[in-house]
Ligand binder design. Structure first.
Ligand code: F0G
Length: 475
């Protein structure tokens, strides 16, 4: 077995050589998913390294190196994934990585959203500020580089849109061909257009995401196509690096809570792995509680936590947050372990709560796509239940850029998003919040007097309501 890394089944613990995985990345014995482990990982057995003593990477040295690389002009150093390459040493030749300078995303302070959620200090790690507008880039640079190193010509994924956009871009950079499977009619335009722009062969199937992934899993066993969904464990190696960025951006302090949206549940698993490995290596002394938020209409993990028999029952998913419209999440075991191991929770939020939270994040000048907004909506619930206290530091992981799904935003502001039944079930406070946040465009004749009158009215109204019309805000 190679001494650089192995794959370990997260279900039965079986270990295999790094190039011995089946094309669907499932364990032949138990159908479990693999994780990448290194000689310094917990559970890497000594005899596998031929008796040589395994030395853990030096935490002080790594911190210094990561800082130094920020001023380097080398592409791998400018990448916010490969800058941390001591944490993901699986490439034989790091010069061969395919990078769009992903990562290095901002950690924004969110004072108004903090107040709305009932905490003193709230940060948003905006993974939508990646090259293709979502967190998927951090995973794609990792797994697609493996595809290149292993000589694949074709790569493929099933996607609700963001994975396909990222894969198409990185495949184009590397000169690989790629096929994306997406559910017909249930994907935001921004994402679909990206796949086409980057030259992917785009296949819209008359099924949902779960149906797309099932079909693709069969196809990769018949063709030499490298599967780039998050069942591919190298994806998660890239997606764990925002954990390093967050603590670096917080001057090596660790937040008390991390709140992540949950779809196929790869991202929460990856971030958990990142924090737990940093603790194992002595880079941090404790890990944040990692909580996963699902849309109520796509909530199999939430149900699993509530099920006394602990049985995973896939659901027929339905939510306007199309990125997380997933009923049979592949990585649910990994994610449930991360939640349990870190002491976090799984929460669900409904469509009205998602719409409100998205508008609130937008009104803070940050913006995100609907699936990312579940984090703020979920945080409000965690605070209300006493699971997050006011003085604890919380980081929301915003996974996608607001421009990914402009139709959702336009529908919201025009008042066309929610159904009458959804609106009827809102509380008075929620209704007032929506009314203050909605900003439909004024359509006017190009007449100076009419425009002036309309503006006077609007400005007087806004001034009377306070500066930024976010209810419950003093600033
Ligand atoms: N947020 C956004 C914007 C996403 O695109 C996704 C997943 C998630 C959250 C959920 O992350 O699946 O790791 O739990 N999008 C995938 C895709 C499924 O195909 O783009 P997860």
């Amino acid at each position: 077995m190679s001494a650089t890394h192995q794959l370990r089944c997260t279900n039965c613990g079986a270990r295999i050589a790094n190039d011995a995985a089946r094309s669907d990345f499932r364990c032949p014995d138990c159908n479990g998913l693999y994780e990448v482990i290194y000689p310094w990982s917990q559970g890497w057995s000594a005899e596998k390294t031929a008796g040589a003593e395994v030395r853990l990477p030096n935490p002080g040295g790594m911190r210094h190196l990561w800082q130094e690389r920020k001023t380097s002009t080398m592409p791998v150093d400018q990448s916010g994934v490969w800058r941390f390459r001591e944490m993901l040493p699986f490439m034989r030749d790091v010069e061969r990585v395919v990078t769009l300078r992903e990562g290095n995303t901002p950690l924004y302070e969110m004072p108004r959203c903090a107040e709305l959620a009932g905490v003193d200090w709230l940060l948003a790690k905006h993974q939508g500020m990646n090259p293709t507008g979502s967190f998927k880039d951090t995973g794609m640079t990792a797994a697609l580089s493996v595809a290149v190193e292993r000589g694949f010509q074709w790569v493929a994924c099933a996607s609700t849109g963001n994975t396909s956009a990222a894969m198409a871009a990185y495949a184009a950079r590397a000169g690989l061909r790629c096929i994306v499977f997406i559910p017909e009619g249930k994907i935001a335009w921004g994402k679909l257009s990206q796949s086409m722009d980057y030259g992917a062969l785009t296949v819209q199937l008359k099924t949902d995401f779960d149906g797309c992934l099932k079909l693709l899993t069969k196809l990769v066993q018949q063709f030499p196509i490298y599967l780039l969904n998050s069942v591919n464990p190298y994806r998660l190696e890239g997606q764990k690096t925002p954990a390093m960025e967050i603590v670096e951006q917080m001057e090596w302090q660790v937040p008390e809570h991390l709140v992540v949206p949950g779809g196929n549940l790869g991202n929460s698993s990856a971030l958990g792995k990142g924090f737990l490995e940093m603790k194992h290596l002595g880079l941090i002394q404790r890990v944040p509680k990692i909580s996963v938020i699902q849309a109520q209409g796509a909530n199999p993990l939430y149900r699993w936590f509530g099920d006394e028999n602990r049985e995973m029952k896939p659901v027929k998913a339905e939510t306007r947050a199309t990125a997380i419209r997933i009923g049979n999440p592949a990585s649910w075991r990994k994610a449930s372990r991360v939640i349990e191991e870190t002491g976090g929770w799984c929460e669900q939020v409904n469509e009205q709560e998602i719409a409100l939270a998205k508008a609130e994040i937008g009104a803070e000048g940050v913006g995100c796509e609907p699936a990312s907004a579940v984090t703020l909506a979920g945080l409000k619930k965690l605070v209300a239940a006493g699971r997050v206290t006011r003085e604890e530091r919380v980081v929301l992981v915003l996974t996608g850029h607001t421009l990914k799904d402009p139709q959702y935003t336009i529908d919201y502001h025009k008042g066309d998003l929610l159904t009458a039944a959804e609106i009827a079930s809102e509380t008075e406070v929620e209704r007032a919040s929506h009314a203050a946040l909605r900003k439909p465009p004024l359509v006017l004749e190009a007449d100076e007097a009419m425009v002036l009158k309309a503006l006077e009215e609007r400005m007087a109204k806004a001034n009377a309501a306070g500066t930024q019309a976010t209810p419950g805000t003093s600033k």
